[in-house]
Design a protein around this ligand. Structure first.
Ligand code: FES
Ligand SMILES: [Fe+2]
Length: 430
């Protein structure tokens, strides 16, 4: 199958599409827990995988995700009342619980059973409400990614709107060769990257070569640079099925990663995560994270409120505040400042859905092609009734790394021992 043909399938994620069916077999990050803080507080609209949904917290504090629209005559339940264990439609008073079950039809109680709407089970991990949107009898184990299983003090998550298809956003997380260009000068100034041996090696050797290994849970990418006279410096990136990526670490700074979740086929949530496996984030780190440093961002005024757009301050309407002087003075490679805006500016510039018929791939795109192929095969296999890969939580419990290895040592061998089931291991970083 030609790559551009596979992409026609992979960019469509609405209900009933092969890729949509595949993604619905995993737990889906939906919104920040902080967007629905209060029991019986204001419900918020969310769109995920092309479905218009409503998130809320019921009287018992349980998160719920249901269809936005009332089964009676299609009114938006956004205008309903969240009270006494469910949302009551403001039009004629039908009421729905966190699973979309209709619990009251004032005019015709005998009709109650027939009036339920769509509702998805939710769990909360790492300050995110996750939902399972697939067939009820196929619900997998809870998310196994390391950061989703840490105490709240150890992890920081943020989300930002990205105005393009999730595949072209996620491919930026897999395509580590772009780091030597657009992010080149950012690593010196950013508080989550500066002052590390990693930066020295990265800068000393721009001629990075990649090896990619496919395994049950995803892909491991090995980027090789010159290390010490007897060693290579390997930066190891992880892609975990179906939408997680882990960034190789910089010194003792917090580890980082992303999740790329379709809102619809032309927008996605770029979730950004920082975490320490064994200690809380410091007050200073927390401050930087909240200020939008590192892989996080600042927002348009009023965008980062419950149910808000979470649209970054730097966006396509203002050319991401490109600064040509900063570009000339080599403070920014492209003139756009900040990791998130740098990635978004380039990925959104490809159009809401990249024209894959026109792309001409290079050898350095091997990892992307492998990821596309893996996802495509899984989507096609699922259509044939074959179960998707990496449903077990353990297959997601990998880690990224930065490590010096003797020149004759295969990084794949090292990774097998140290990076799978890695959450019991020390962090390998320089
Ligand atoms: S439309 Fe909701 S109760 Fe009538
Ligand atoms: Fe990037």
């Amino acid at each position: 199958m030609a790559v551009n043909e596979m992409m026609k399938t992979l960019v469509r994620t609405g209900p009933g599409t092969p890729t949509g069916n595949l993604l619905r077999r995993y737990w889906v990050p939906i919104l920040l827990s902080s967007e629905i803080v209060e029991p019986d507080g204001a419900q918020v609209r969310v769109q995920i995988l092309g479905e218009k949904l409503l998130a809320f917290r019921d009287s018992e504090g349980r998160a719920g995700l249901i269809s936005e629209f009332c089964s009676h005559r299609g009114v938006s339940l956004y205008f309903g009342r969240n009270e006494d264990g469910g949302i009551r439609c403001s039009y004629h008073g039908l009421k729905f619980d966190i699973r979309g079950k209709c619990v009251d039809v004032p005019q015709a109680p005998q009709m109650c059973e027939k009036m339920s709407i769509k509702g998805y089970p939710c769990v909360e991990r790492a300050g995110i409400v996750w939902a399972y949107m697939g067939p009820p009898d196929k619900q997998p184990e809870l998310p196994g990614v390391e950061w989703a299983n840490l105490p709240a003090s150890h992890v920081f998550v943020s989300k930002r709107l990205q105005e393009c298809n999730f595949m072209q956003a996620m491919e930026g997380g897999i395509d580590t060769s772009h780091v030597s260009f657009v992010h080149k000068f950012e690593v010196d100034d950013d508080p989550f990257h500066q002052g590390t041996k990693a930066n020295e090696y990265i800068k000393k050797d721009g001629n990075v070569t990649f090896e990619v290994e496919r395994h049950e849970g995803g892909l491991t990418l090995f980027g090789r640079r010159m290390g010490e006279p007897d060693s290579y410096y390997w930066r190891v990136t992880q892609f975990m099925f179906p939408w997680f990526t882990l960034i190789p670490p910089f010194g003792d700074h917090a580890l980082g990663g992303h999740v790329w979740v379709p809102i619809d086929d032309e927008h996605c949530w770029a979730w950004s995560i920082n975490f320490h496996p064994t200690k809380p984030l410091s007050g200073e780190e927390m401050q930087h994270l909240q200020d939008g440093k590192g892989v996080h961002c600042e927002y348009e005024p009023g965008a980062d409120v419950p149910g808000g757009t979470f649209r970054p301050k730097q966006n396509k309407d203002n050319d991401y505040l490109i600064d040509r002087v900063a570009q000339k003075e080599r403070r920014s490679f492209s003139g756009v400042l900040g990791f998130a805006a740098q990635d978004a500016s380039l990925q959104e510039s490809m159009g809401p859905i990249q024209d894959h018929d026109a792309e001409k791939l290079l050898p350095s795109d091997r990892a992307i092609v492998m990821a596309r192929r893996m996802l495509y095969e899984a989507a096609e296999n699922l259509e044939q009734g074959l179960e998707p890969p990496a449903l077990a939580a353990a297959s997601q419990a990998v880690r990224s790394a930065g490590v010096l290895l003797p020149r004759d040592q295969k990084p794949q061998e090292w990774a097998k021992e140290h990076l799978r089931d890695a959450t019991t291991q020390p962090v390998y970083t320089l």
